[in-house]
Design a protein around this ligand. Structure first.
Ligand SMILES: Nc1ncnc2c1ncn2[C@@H]1O[C@H](COP(=O)(O)OP(=O)(O)OP(=O)(O)O)[C@@H](O)[C@H]1O
Ligand SMILES: [Mg+2]
Length: 279
């Protein structure tokens, strides 16, 4: 399709790119002939939480790795604000604000929570020529560090070394240090993995709270969490998007039900076989 540059069309285009922050077009990845991600089209719109779900091995992490440029696609394109970024490095992408939690947010275990946050809030603004900050801007950074400390409810732990924090709080700190870099899109791969029930609820509430002014793409297995906070859901199966919409919409979709029931039945079968083998 060719676009002629009529004023109306250019207005439409700018309205569209304002809405869509990150986009995948025909994104495909094969590993030695095995197609793990197959012509995926995905639009991450500004604001709120977009969840990517699907049974084990559906290709969720691979999509994530492609979107954050951890691995190169076999074909297809990735666009950020309408601009093709398919060939950019993971670092360049992070600088443009496409940030994966635990990517540049690695916390320093021997430093306290507040020290970690102070370092994180300097990241977006410090360029090589601006290492020495005025005392006014340092005061501003201090304020921002405290803002994130409160946002993730870690005030009580401000002086505790990051490495000493309970696991759930460590996750909260990692979220805070990622948030502090002011990402345009924040990508979370299974943020509740390995957490106990109470910690899951806590992290869920935190993500919900900060997503109000942010854009989040998350891969998550915990359906209760997805149902509670995702604004939009894309369902992957065998590397393809099979459904998209709200939780109510996708959970009623027969293909989605089949995908989940099918994978559940497969798991149960495998378990039965294992038990059968033991007997
Ligand atoms: N580096 C790789 N080399 C070969 N095959 C791979 C590689 N990475 C992923 N795969 C395969 O691609 C498919 C999709 O894997 P992926 O990890 O993206 O799935 P997933 O949806 O994240 O699964 P899970 O829910 O278990 O985390 C799987 O069949 C997996 O074995
Ligand atoms: Mg995965």
């Amino acid at each position: 399709m060719t676009l002629t540059a009529s004023p109306d069309q250019s207005r439409l285009k700018s309205a569209d790119t304002r809405q869509t922050i990150l986009e995948a077009r025909g994104l495909t990845k094969s590993f030695r002939g095995f197609v793990a991600v197959d012509k995926v089209d995905l639009k991450i719109q500004r604001g709120g939480i977009h969840a990517l779900i699907g049974p084990n091995g559906a290709g969720k992490t691979t999509v994530f790795n492609l979107l954050t440029r951890f691995i190169p696609p076999t074909s297809g394109n990735i666009l950020l604000f309408g601009e093709d970024i398919t060939r950019q490095s993971a670092h360049a992408l992070a600088r443009h604000g496409v940030v994966r939690s635990f990517q540049i947010s690695a916390t320093f275990p021997h430093l306290s929570v507040i020290e970690n946050l102070k370092i994180a809030v300097q990241r977006p603004s410090v360029s090589p020529g601006r290492f020495w900050q005025s005392s006014r801007s340092l005061a501003h950074l201090e304020e921002r560090a405290h803002h994130f400390l409160e946002l993730v409810e870690l005030k009580k732990f401000a002086q505790v070394a990051a490495g000493e924090l309970p696991y759930g709080h460590k996750r909260a700190l990692e979220l805070a240090t990622t948030l502090a870099t002011d990402p345009k899109v924040m990508l979370l791969d299974e943020p509740t993995q390995g957490l106990g029930i109470e910690e899951v609820d806590h992290i869920t509430q935190l993500i919900k709270r900060f997503s109000k002014e942010r854009t989040v793409l998350m891969v998550e297995h915990n359906m209760r969490m997805v149902a509670a906070i995702a604004d939009r859901i894309s369902v992957l199966r065998y590397g393809r998007i099979i459904a998209e919409g709200s939780y109510d919409e996708v959970s009623r979709n027969p293909q989605v039900i089949e995908a989940y029931l099918g994978s559940k039945a497969k798991k149960e079968n495998q378990q039965e076989n294992k038990q059968g083998n033991k007997q």
